[in-house]
Design a protein around this ligand. Sequence first.
Ligand SMILES: [Mg+2]
Length: 175
Amino acid sequence: MNNIIIFTDCGDTIIDETTQTYAEDGTVLDADFLPGAKDTLKYFKDAGYRIAMVADGTYQSFANMYEKNGMRYCFEEWIISEVVGAEKPARIMFETAMEKMGLTDADKPRIVMIGNNLKRDIAGANRFGITSIWIDWSKRYFNEIEEPDWQPDYTVHEPKELIPLIAELEENFKS
Ligand SMILES: [Mg+2]
């Protein structure tokens, strides 16, 4: 039984945003994974981790991407800004994820939030009181620490580095 519960962003965390194709209305039609992201996601799913996507965008964009790539089954829940009515770093995005997964404040030490955007993903997780993991693979968005609470707890450079990091966090949790 795993201790750690995984919340993750999508764009430039799992999906390479430079590969996204769009409909005229801006809906994402299709996209490719970051190098190693598909195998990493599958690894955590197969290892029994509970995974929620906490992402800003439209429901249909994520439905299109994950229908085509066949990886929707890896996520227990999708927390999407269009549906929630707020974007990260808003607390409600993380609160909704916890609520949908039946988690309480006592579970917060077990939750990690993985994301590429310091202003949205990392600051949001830090303020909410869960562990933040920054993936700095893309330099597209906020990637300089401009505020004290943008400082990630952990940093990885690409998805596959999450496997040993989560293993380490599991060990720390036990001791
Ligand atoms: Mg992102």
